[in-house]
Ligand binder design. Structure first.
Ligand SMILES: C[S@@+](CC[C@H](N)C(=O)[O-])C[C@H]1O[C@@H](n2cnc3c(N)ncnc32)[C@H](O)[C@@H]1O
Length: 284
């Protein structure tokens, strides 16, 4: 069943939004000395060649990260995110794109813990070779939804959970809501970031409201929801219109950071006149 390979999509508009939010959250976590744990339930391979056959197939990164490089007017949070992508490339040309574990490797401090789950054997092997030797890091080939509860609460009571499924099976939508519920039941103050694809199908349209209802019930510090729509659906109603992130217990600075960036991102990454964004939050 595991036909999804993130290498096809690395660096696309959805990765840009997701990793922008992830880097902002991790930066905030590092503003306090106390160690924290990052749990990535669907970690992927950790980094991707943009010159390989997969990434070149549709060259999605050309409508994502590639549009941001070389721009001199990037707002601060985007400038930081682009700088990390450049760092991952050793300061040279854009040949590789970091996955979420790649950003974690650059942003976590030596005292921070990393727990990575990836089901696909090839991606797990690559990820293990890349980060298996990092101190206090576990790279496990397992179902990240099921493994999450065993990791919570983290020892220092500071933690971030990234839930970034491929949604290649419809049950991923329900399992994502279930994972958020489990996470908050065990660790109500934890920061949980859920990525979702913006599609016309019902499950995708309903997901933000289901996440919101769960967070309203269980989170201690509210939630933030950001969505960026970059293209129209095709004539059959298919296609990835954009993507969104639902962040539970977000850092208080996240809303401000994103408010200063989202219109810029829409202007640069939008692929049709109707490109737009939504940014909403409920503080508690
Ligand atoms: C969207 S990709 C992850 C991308 C990664 N988080 C990043 O930002 O670079 C989703 C990954 O989840 C893996 N996967 C699918 N179902 C899974 C499951 N139940 N548990 C863990 N990994 C799973 C897929 O093989 C794929 O690599």
């Amino acid at each position: 069943m595991l036909s999804y390979r993130h290498a096809f999509h690395a660096g696309n508009h959805a990765d840009v939004l997701k990793h922008l939010v992830l880097t902002q959250v991790l930066l905030h976590m590092a503003s306090k000395d106390k160690p924290y744990t990052l749990i990535d339930t669907h970690a992927g391979a950790g980094g991707y060649s943009l010159e390989g056959r997969y990434a070149q197939k549709k060259a999605e990164y050309k409508h994502g990260i590639a549009r941001l490089l070389g721009r001199h007017d990037l707002p601060r949070p985007l400038r930081d995110y682009v700088a990390w992508v450049q760092q991952f490339n050793g300061g040279g040309n854009l040949e590789q794109y970091p996955g979420s574990p790649g950003f974690a490797q650059m942003l976590l401090r030596p005292q921070d813990r990393l727990r990575l789950f990836e089901l696909h054997p090839t991606d797990h092997r690559i990820l293990h070779a890349y980060l298996g030797k990092r101190p206090d890091t576990q790279v496990t080939q397992a179902d990240g939804f099921a493994a999450l509860k065993g990791e919570l609460p983290p020892p220092s009571r500071r933690g971030v959970v990234l839930i970034d499924p491929s949604y290649e099976i419809k049950s991923d939508y329900g399992r994502t809501v279930g994972a958020l519920r489990e996470a908050l039941t065990r660790f109500a103050q934890g920061v949980v970031i859920v990525w979702y694809p913006q599609l016309l199908m019902l499950e995708s349209r309903q997901l933000p409201k289901r996440l919101q209802a769960t967070a309203d019930r269980l989170a201690t510090k509210g939630w933030l929801h950001v969505r960026m729509t970059v293209q129209a659906s095709d004539e059959r109603g298919f296609g990835l219109l954009g993507s969104g992130l639902f962040v539970v217990n977000p850092p208080h600075v996240l809303h401000n950071s994103l408010r200063g960036v989202m219109q810029y991102l829409v202007d640069v990454l939008g692929q049709y006149d109707g490109a737009n964004y939504l940014l909403e939050q409920r503080a508690q």
